[in-house]
Design a binder for this molecule. Structure first.
Ligand code: ASC
Length: 152
């Protein structure tokens, strides 16, 4: 006879399995939530890119600890937006060009490139010249996608 605890554990194991198996669209209650989610990640990422850029340009004193913290935030944020480019958001107002939804495999490739570059940021922040170089490579990866798929 299964105890209440065992039953509860079984139910939560099933729930966890469902959560992992659920399609990305189901991670968002409404399409608007998906747009807000991806825009939020981009906003935070851009803010920290700006902080690193200010150091790279000498507009702010170089601070290795702050640079490392920003690099971590950028690396994490850069992983988030992609699952939120779900077809259900296609008709909503956002900075995404319609072409983005016709080319999701290409977007994934560009996202992988970005994630590769942001993954190298943390290793670059100990040295201002290395940071400048890696920030440039990261910005180029941002731009490659913006040029194709972002409005303006
Ligand atoms: C940034 C930022 C972007 C990209 C882009 C690169 O720091 O906010 O959108 O880099 O400017 O070209």
């Amino acid at each position: 006879m299964a105890s209440k605890t065992v039953i509860a554990l079984r139910i939560s194991a099933v729930a966890a399995g469902l959560a992992i198996a659920a399609p990305a669209a189901a991670q968002f209650q409404k399409p608007e939530d998906a747009v807000k989610y991806r825009q939020s990640a981009f906003t935070v990422m851009s803010n920290h890119m700006g902080r690193l850029a200010a150091m790279a340009k000498g507009e702010r004193p170089f601070d290795a600890a702050a640079a490392q913290a920003s690099a971590r935030v950028i690396e994490t944020m850069a992983r988030l937006p992609w699952e939120a480019f779900v077809p259900a958001t296609e008709g909503l107002k956002s900075g995404a060009k319609p072409a983005l939804y016709q080319n999701l495999a290409d977007v994934r490739t560009l996202a992988d490139r970005l994630n590769g570059e942001t993954g190298k940021l943390r290793g670059s922040v100990g040295d201002l010249d290395a940071l400048r170089k890696q920030l440039g490579a990261t910005g180029a990866a941002c731009k490659a996608c913006h040029d194709k798929y972002r409005v303006m």
